[in-house]
Design a binder for this molecule. Structure first.
Ligand code: DUR
Ligand code: ZN
Length: 118
């Protein structure tokens, strides 16, 4: 989270995921003067992992520097659904390490997937 590049929102986010073979990848949010090009911390971690050959994650943790629990945006939930199963774990935390634990399907019920196109 200390490496977040968030000069526009001043809202720093960090993410850490664990792959099936217990490799950890971290990510931070990376903002842009053209706001829509911002990449969230979760997607940074996911894209780092996928680009190194990992496409199944058993858990992801998201942390931010406020007292409010982190909540991944809709775009990140959809990207997570590509690489996480319904029972994989999502830890949502805050600056005080409040740790709320969810199954993936709880944070994205009715996810659209490749199965919908068969
Ligand atoms: O779960 C979240 C929510 C927001 N952000 C980032 C995007 C942007 O840089 C800033 C404000 O939306 O926080 C994340 O990285 N992850
Ligand atoms: Zn997001």
């Amino acid at each position: 989270m200390k490496n977040a590049y968030a000069p526009y929102s001043n809202y720093s986010v960090g993410a850490a995921l664990v792959t099936e073979d217990d490799t950890v990848y971290t990510g931070v949010n990376i903002e842009n003067a053209s706001y829509g090009l911002t990449n969230c911390a979760e997607r940074t971690a996911i894209f780092k992992a996928v680009s190194e050959g990992h496409t199944h994650f058993k858990a992801i943790l998201i942390v931010n520097g406020t007292k409010e629990m982190s909540k991944p945006c809709g775009a990140c939930r959809q990207v997570m659904s590509e690489f996480m199963g319904p029972d994989d774990i999502v830890y949502l935390t805050n600056k005080d390490n409040l740790n709320k634990e969810y199954r993936f399907t709880e944070i994205l019920p009715l996810a659209f997937s490749d199965k919908d196109m068969e």
